[in-house]
Design a protein around this ligand. Structure first.
Ligand SMILES: NC(=O)c1ccc[n+]([C@@H]2O[C@H](COP(=O)([O-])OP(=O)(O)OC[C@H]3O[C@@H](n4cnc5c(N)ncnc54)[C@H](O)[C@@H]3O)[C@@H](O)[C@H]2O)c1
Length: 349
């Protein structure tokens, strides 16, 4: 069994744990967190030996018995820890976004190539059975030629108020990089990874910094010095002529949280998460509204991504989510922020 050490045992780490428990190839043996109380509570709950609980990431990374490092710390620390782990000869599974900028992802790719180890971004939505069924529909040509995509994830007042999310230095951005990275990755994966050629976007802080602004996540006041955007939107063109619209927000005057994704093709349109396919029969003058489904899975998407990574490492297979694909997503997000700065479209070709 491969031995796994987890760095950052806060929120999302708990969603990885069932995957490590269910994996036939790996087992979790160590954890690290800079917060002593969090580390103790997590270690006790998961029965991790006290000698395998670390307050310093370097101590876990340099433990020779560990094969895989699972990184679940705030996004601004992903690159430094992932590079250190790769340089120490570990395979790395890292939460999304893989890093806070495309430059950092390029450094990560170089570290991965130096080490010869596997590096995977934890894009859990790819492991959702319904999204995998959608991928099969697209791959089978059901939609014809896709010419437009839309993805949105809009919340009313659900700002993650922890420092790891709301300060630029820790996260690299707000909902654009937090939620946008999920939808962009999913849409690019579904469409077979076309290359972006231009991005026009907006990203701004409009509501979350107003006096008394509050978040329904814990009913907490949002710290007034939040310095990342609360809303972002972008229009992206790809080298194959496809266009894409992305809209994301943690806080919007809007009825409730709403998330969705559409792919529009010459034969049909596909809607997620509703799992609907819409098409016409021009000869019969009939419009069809069809559904598709996925087999039940015993695992959540977070657990499935951990299982898939351990399997890939154990069987010497390629990374299930290669860093090159995350680099393309991050180039778009970086360009969206740059477009906000310049007030112009950013060209990537
Ligand atoms: N895939 C998803 O659906 C999903 C959902 C939530 C969060 N995330 C990602 O997971 C990451 C963590 O988010 P979270 O919600 O779990 O945050 P969190 O704040 O709940 O947990 C992060 C933990 O990391 C610890 N930490 C911070 N810096 C550290 C360091 N240098 N070394 C060791 N420990 C450190 C903190 O003390 C905390 O316990 C982020 O990158 C976020 O984007 C992904």
């Amino acid at each position: 069994m491969l031995k796994v050490g987890l760095i950052g045992v806060g929120g999302i780490a708990n969603s990885h744990m069932p995957g490590w428990r269910a994996s036939a190839d790996a087992e979790l043996v160590a954890g690290c967190d800079v917060n002593a109380d969090t580390l103790t509570a997590w270690g006790d709950k998961n029965e991790i030996a006290t000698g395998r609980r670390y307050s310093c990431p370097a101590d876990l990374i340099n433990n020779a018995s560990i094969d895989i490092v699972d990184i679940c710390v705030p996004s601004g620390h992903h690159a430094e820890l992932a590079i250190a782990a790769l340089d120490a000869g570990k395979h790395v599974l890292c939460e999304k976004p893989l890093a806070s900028s495309a430059d950092q992802i390029q450094q990560l790719i170089r570290a991965r190539d130096r080490s010869g180890k596997l590096l995977m971004t934890a894009q859990n939505m790819r492991f959702d059975p319904l999204n995998q069924a959608a991928k099969q529909e697209v791959a089978a040509g059901r939609l014809g030629t896709i010419y437009h995509a839309r993805g949105w994830w809009l919340r009313r007042g659900e700002v993650p108020t922890s420092p790891g999310f709301i300060y630029q230095r820790n996260s690299g951005g707000g909902p654009c990089i937090d939620l946008g990275v999920h939808h962009l990755d999913l849409m690019l994966w579904l469409m077979g990874h076309p290359r972006a050629v231009s991005v026009s976007g907006t990203a701004g802080l409009h509501l979350a910094n107003q006096p008394g602004a509050f978040s329904s996540w814990g009913g907490e006041n949002i710290p007034g010095d939040i310095d990342v955007e609360d809303f972002a939107a972008g229009f992206i063109r790809f080298d194959n002529g496809v266009t894409l619209i992305l809209e994301v927000s943690w806080m919007l005057h809007h009825p409730q949280e709403e998330t969705g994704l559409w792919l529009y093709g010459t034969r049909a349109g596909l809607q997620l998460p509703a799992a609907r396919i819409f098409q016409n029969n021009n000869e019969a003058k009939v419009r069809y509204d069809l559904g598709f489904s996925a087999p039940e899975s015993p695992h959540t998407s977070h657990a499935a991504e951990c299982i898939a990574f351990a399997r890939a490492v154990a069987h010497h297979e390629p990374s299930p989510v290669p860093a090159e694909e995350s680099l393309q997503v991050q180039l778009i997000l970086d360009s969206l922020y740059a477009s906000q700065q310049s007030g112009r479209e950013v060209r990537l070709d």
